[in-house]
Structures are given as C-alpha cells and as structure tokens.
Design a protein around this ligand. Structure first.
Ligand code: ADP
Length: 477
C-alpha cells in the first residue's frame, strides 16, 4: 500500500504554470506537485525568478540569501517563497539579479550561464537546510546537472545520499556546452568527469540520465521511442533502460474545465456539449471571420519542425483546394520566423477560410480548445502532448500523427472504443486525408456528437499519474 505521508519532494524546473510557461513542461510542473500534495506528500517547486506578471501580482517572503561562484563570477542570490500557497504547494523563486531576471524563459545568449548558476544556487540552498528532502526531482536539461553535482561535487557532500529523479519532457533539447567552461561546475571528483560527457561535450541531459537514481519520460510510448530516436542519446537510453519508465502526464482538471473556464464564452459539460461548443465556435468565428457552418480545424503550439508546423501551410492550402473550401483552419502559435512568415503569406492567397494568430495567448488557446471541431497535431516528435488531452476534455476531436504520447492517448474512431483521428506519417498527404475524414464526420453530426460526449468523459486527470510518481519515490527509500 502506498504511503506518501510526509515524504518531501523538491521539483527543480525552468517553468511552472502560472508563473512562467513556454510549453507542456510548465503545465506539468504547475500541476503534478499539487496532486502529490493531495496524496500526502510535501511537494515543493524551485524555479528561476523571471521578471513575470506573477512576480508583480503576488506576495513573497525572503527565505534565504547567499552568494556563490560560477566559474570566475560571483553571484548574489535570494530565495523567495510565495506567501499564500496560491498554487497548492510551496513555490520558491530563485532570484539572481542580472542573470535570471529576464522577461522570457529561454533564448538568451547566456542561457548556459543562467541555468548553470540556477542549479548551483539551488544546491547551495538545499545544502544549507537543516534536513534533507526525500528526493530531488529534476525536469529536462535545465536541471540536468543536479544529479551529478549532488553526487560528486565536493561542496555538496552532505547531499550525496539524496535520491534524484529525472523526468524527460523532451529529449530533443539537451543543453550541451564545451569542456572549456567545465570550471563553471563547482569542484568535483575528476575521475567522474566521464559522467558529464556525451560526444565530447558536457551534456546536462545525458549526465542526468547517467546519474539520476530513476529516469521517467512523459509517456510509455515516448520511452520506447527514445531507445531508437533520442537525438543522439539512443545508446545511452538503451544502456540505462533498467532504471527508466514512462508515466503518462495528466491534465490539471481544475484549470482545464469546460464547465468552469472563465476564458471561454460559455461553459458546458458532456450533457450540453452541442450548444456549448456552438456558442464558443461563434465567438471564434466572430473574431476570425469564419463561416460557423463549416468544420473548424485548429492548431495550437510552438511553430517548430518537431510539431510538424512547417507542413501547415501546405496542408491548409491543399486541404482547402481538395475540399472546395468547405472547411476552416485556425493556427495559434509562434516560433520559427520562416513558418510564421509562410502562414502570414498564406492568408494572402487563400480566402477567409484560414486565419492565424502569431504569438502566445493563453486565453485564446482555451477558447480554441472549446470552439473548434477538430485539433490538428501533425507532430514529428511528441513526448506526451497535452493539447490532445485538453481537446478531448473540451469535446474537440484530436487529429494526430501516431507518435509518442499521441499514440498512447488517442484511439481512431474507426477502431473499437475510438474517438479521434489518427494518421501514420507527418506528411501533407496523410494530414489532408485526415481532413477529408474530419469533414465526413462533421457531416454525420449525430456520430460526431456521440464521440464528443465519449471524449469528455475520458479520465486523463493527474491523480492516476501522481500515484505512479509516488510509487517511484517510495521505491527509492
Ligand atoms: P510542448 O511542451 O512540446 O510545447 P505540449 O503539448 O506538451 O507541447 O504543451 C503545449 C502547451 O503549450 C499547451 O498547454 C498549449 O495549449 C500551450 N501553447 C503552445 N503554444 C501556445 C500559444 N501560442 N498560445 C497559448 N498556448 C500555447
């Protein structure tokens, strides 16, 4: 029987919703600790103190102040604790003035220095505690040096016995940097240097895979995929396979609740899904100039190659041509400037059946999940994917490429118990074929509405996944 009572877990992450979010990592770290806490854990999150609205609008107390060396530079840092338990768990912001107080999360020339300094300061702070946490849970490469440093840096000798867990949200990004700046990492046992290395450079993600006590990925399907497609880490994953497992992400049903969502025009449940979705579709059609009688296919996400976003202009152009403009497309996203430009260009060539919002807009994303009929995800890589889970919760049929977490969570409506649309290849042809199937389904409104009700009743909440993480922490005792 699971016993989580009083177990103290410290999550270390670059993102945490609603403080700062770029993608799914923020959603997960904003939700998982809350559910762990509900199961009796003491879950804490420490993240960089960016200059965000959350910082301005909330109250914090200073709980620690110190300074540390990162290579030749001395940094002063503060640890701030959010005062009101607003997120349902203890949130700590690590403030390094002049380094972490940026408006954005990533994409700065000194990102390596920023995240190395963050990790060093986190361990300095944890080493100063009177007690030890039961586990440090690292997320992606931004906290990937922690398992190595906690085990082998001389100044963290007191943390050596603290178990470390790594969750890989996306193995495409590994945070590599050269050995010439190895001295940014506090002095360590030189015999262990190989544990930092992968391919002749320091690779924080690879190092975390080697040094963590356990490794998880955000879906079982992605775990299997990493053994043959992990952006260069395949052989490492295979050799460390015994300590790796896949735990499917959940969704925060208190944030993503079509009945209580104040970011959409009309709340609805499975019972009144037809009128509820129509009201929200009307709101979208007003903003983007669509004909509400036509099916609306949307895309939300980072406009990058991994998401298949480069295929969108061709998919949309061809699908409109093949289907005589009997479908609408809406894209919300930002990312690769060339893809952004191509989408803007496409607007000039096709009619009012296509529109786009280039940028990040949390409220609009909620309205799109609620008001669209279909959500397209032609991903090349999808470790878990949250968009399809939100779309299921809002009764919107996901149209997904069969990969990673998409394969684990969406069953094609042509198969037994199915509700979504799946296609095999991230290609214009496969996606357009699926658009054809979506239009057919939209014409059979009774069938579509049955699927909507079925989808909305599926359970992808965090409870189940949080229990699996607690089992994992327990196995480290
Ligand atoms: P990833 O983490 O790879 O970007 P996920 O599917 O795991 O992909 O999570 C994406 C999250 O980011 C979802 O919550 C999605 O709604 C949100 N999102 C992505 N792009 C945007 C955007 N431009 N505006 C609003 N929300 C966005």
């Amino acid at each position: 029987m699971l016993n989580a009572d009083g177990m103290e877990i410290l999550h270390v992450s670059a993102e945490c919703y609603p403080v700062a979010k770029v993608g799914g990592l923020g959603d997960v770290v904003g939700a998982l600790p809350k559910y762990e806490q509900e199961e009796g854990c003491i879950a804490k999150v420490v993240m960089p103190c960016y200059k965000t609205k959350f910082l301005e609008n909330n109250e914090f107390e200073l709980v620690h102040q110190a300074g540390t060396w990162v290579g030749p530079s001395w940094f002063h840092f503060n640890v701030l604790k959010e005062k009101t338990n607003k997120l349902g768990f203890d949130l700590y912001l690590l403030d390094i003035p002049g380094l972490l107080d940026t408006e954005g999360v990533y994409g700065y020339a000194n990102d390596t220095e920023r995240f190395v300094a963050f990790q060093v300061a986190v361990l300095d702070w944890v080493a100063s505690w009177q007690h030890r946490p039961d586990a440090i849970h690292c997320h992606d490469h931004h906290s990937g040096l922690i398992p190595f440093m906690a085990s082998y840096c001389l100044k963290y000798i007191s943390l050596r016995a603290v178990p470390t867990v790594l969750t890989i949200h996306n193995a495409q990004y590994q945070g590599q940097f050269g050995w010439d700046i190895m001295h940014w990492i506090p002095a360590f046992d030189p015999w262990k240097a190989g544990l930092l290395d992968w391919g002749g450079v320091i690779n924080p993600l690879a190092s975390a895979i080697k040094c963590s006590w356990r490794v998880t990925t955000v879906s079982p399907g992605y775990m299997e995929e990493l053994t043959y497609a992990a952006n260069g880490l395949e052989s490492l994953i295979r050799s460390e396979r015994a300590k790796c497992s896949g735990i499917l992400n959940g969704i925060d049903t208190s944030v993503w609740d079509p009945q209580q969502d104040d970011m959409i025009r009309k709340g609805y449940s499975a019972r009144n899904v037809v009128s509820g979705k129509l009201a929200n579709k009307k709101a979208l059609c007003e903003v983007f100039g669509f004909d509400e009688d036509k099916p609306l296919v949307s895309f939300i996400g980072r406009l990058v190659y991994d998401k298949g976003a480069d295929l969108l202009p061709d998919i949309i152009g061809r699908a409109l041509y093949e289907n005589d403009n009997q479908v609408n497309f809406l894209v919300l996203g930002s990312g690769d400037p060339h893809i952004e430009w191509s989408l803007e260009q496409l607007k000039q060539y096709v009619g009012k059946e296509f529109n786009t919002y280039i940028g990040y807009n949390e409220a609009l994303s909620h309205l799109i999940y609620a008001g669209s009929d279909f959500l397209l995800m032609p991903s090349r890589v999808e470790p878990c994917g949250l968009n399809q889970l939100y779309s299921l919760r809002y009764g919107t049929v996901p149209m997904v490429r069969s990969i990673g977490g998409l394969k684990d969570t969406v069953i094609d409506f042509g198969d037994e118990g199915g509700y979504g649309i799946r296609f095999d290849h991230p290609s214009v042809w496969d996606a357009c074929y699926s658009v054809g199937r979506a239009i057919e389904l939209y014409r059979n409104r009774a069938h579509l509405n049955t699927l909507r009700r079925l989808m909305m009743k599926l359970d992808f909440s965090w409870q189940r996944s949080a229990m699996q993480y607690l089992d994992l922490y327990n196995s480290l005792k």
